[in-house]
Design a protein around this ligand. Structure first.
Ligand code: UDX
Length: 440
């Protein structure tokens, strides 16, 4: 089928590459020339494992092209995905101006009636707004009024976005009417032929809510285990064992029960806030989610509280921060909890040494000489008074307890992502704070 993807950021480029992998003819559109040039130069504009290979396979097979010209992007398309950003606007409500602009672009340039699929995370009822925008623009430009609007939320995680899209747990499509459902089913048939997963066909509003409910639930799961971690710390119980044992219950599941520094990234913080806001607008106070947010804010403050406990004054100390990205296997630092840790340390006057395997270029000029960017974890830790882990990159787990003990000036470790086994660290004389872990 002929597909267009408007917005080739994290969601859009992965969508484009996977659609091409399923044999569709895909055009990626972006109004950021840097993104277009990047793909034309056989690169991808961000770090995402496996994506470059998949994009290049599509490009070499002639199934993916990119353009900054809307009339090329929207010529003779069966399905058009809207994958533009929905940044946080005023009061936590998402800013949907890019979505509206994308709809207007379809109404103006599409050469035939098409299925407009919203993939950007949007508030419930955005589908109706898109329909409205399509209608208004069609009236003013004389374009087609026959476009259908569907909601097809993505559930891809950065760092495993390609796998999550090629082998999803479910495909959700919300459409009002048989015809768009038939087209979307045909679009996903190559995936469904090779991979056994439920295909949830529903109406537009329900599909929009599935996305909100899923992300808000996962964020709540994380805050729940972080709250349990606090109680573990007060009682000497071990949160890791609690999470494992809870996870054995099939009704609960082990995923997203890793206690740590809280959730960050481009989705959970924004989606939870948006869901609270949408519910409030509709007259419902989603207090549970407000508490999810409160616990998350508290989780991000935890490392500095622990540093003060272990070092007393921290303004005259040098602290190594390991990890900047909001999670491993990505260079994305949007809402990364590490940012808050670093900024709190800077405010105290602490000298920070920072390492991350891929995300450092994102902060090249951000903090001047208050933060030393280090090429290796060893460079950051050697001679520091303490180390704080903010992202659980696998390479940090390979640093041994004796190495930490030797490298550090003071034997102080604040393991905010539970990277290391407490037994090993305590055995070599390290004073350790781990999130909710039992101390030997
Ligand atoms: C998320 C959703 O998982 C995905 O389905 C959605 O479509 C987009 O948002 P993403 O933001 O890429 O994906 O990352 P995710 O793996 O969900 O992690 C989000 C945050 O939660 C990270 O900061 C991560 O460190 C944190 N997290 C995750 C925990 O603190 N504990 C956990 O157990 C899991």
């Amino acid at each position: 089928m002929k597909v267009s993807v408007i917005g080739i950021g994290h969601v859009g480029l992965v969508t484009a590459a996977c659609m091409a992998e399923w044999g569709h003819d895909v055009i990626g559109f972006d109004n950021d020339p840097a993104k277009i040039t990047s793909v034309e130069n056989r690169q991808v504009p961000f770090h995402e494992p496996g994506l470059r290979d998949l994009v290049l396979t599509g490009v070499d097979a002639g199934r993916i092209t990119v353009t900054g010209d809307p009339s090329v992007a929207l010529d003779d398309r069966d399905v058009v995905f809207i994958c533009v950003g929905t940044p946080k606007g005023k009061d936590g409500a998402p800013n949907l101006t890019y979505v509206q602009a994308a709809a207007a672009m379809v109404a103006t340039h599409a050469t035939k009636p098409t299925v407009v699929a919203e993939k950007s995370t949007v508030p419930v009822q955005t589908g109706e707004r898109i329909k409205q925008a399509l209608g208004l623009q069609a009236k003013s430009t004389g374009g087609s009024t026959q476009h259908a609007v569907v909601s097809n939320p993505e559930f891809l995680r950065e760092g495993s976005a390609v796998q999550d899209t090629l082998f999803p747990d479910r495909v959700v499509v919300g459409a009002d009417g048989e015809a768009p459902h038939r087209i979307m089913r045909e679009l996903y048939q190559p995936l469904l032929d090779g991979h056994d997963c439920p295909y949830v066909a529903t109406d537009v509003k329900t599909a929009e809510l599935i996305k909100h409910a899923s992300n808000a639930f996962l964020a709540t799961k994380i805050s729940f285990i972080n709250a349990v971690a606090r109680v573990c710390e007060m009682t000497g119980a071990d949160v890791h064992t609690v999470a494992d044992a809870m996870g054995h219950d099939a009704r609960i599941g082990r995923a997203f029960l890793n206690a740590g520094l809280g959730y960050g990234g481009s989705c959970f913080p924004k989606d939870v806030e948006a869901f609270i806001h949408i519910a409030a607008d509709l007259g419902y106070d989603f207090g549970l989610l407000r508490e999810t947010e409160r616990i998350n804010r508290e989780a991000k403050l935890w490392p500095v509280v622990q540093l003060r406990r272990l070092l007393w004054n921290i303004g005259d100390k040098e602290v190594a921060v390991l990890g900047l990205a909001f999670k491993p296997h990505t260079d994305d630092i949007r809402e990364a909890p590490a940012l808050e840790v670093i900024e709190s340390l800077i405010e105290e006057g602490t000298q920070v040494r920072l390492h991350d395997p891929v995300a450092l270029p994102q902060v090249a000029d951000r903090w001047g000489d208050k933060v030393r960017l280090c090429e290796t974890a060893e460079e950051a830790v050697r001679g520091a008074h303490a180390v704080v882990t903010c992202t659980e990159w696998p390479e940090y787990a390979e640093i041994t307890a004796p190495q930490l003990a030797e490298w550090l000036e003071f034997p102080v470790v604040v393991d905010a992502r539970n990277v290391w086994d407490p037994e090993g660290l305590v055995a070599v004389g390290i004073q350790l704070a781990s999130v909710g872990r039992r101390m030997p």
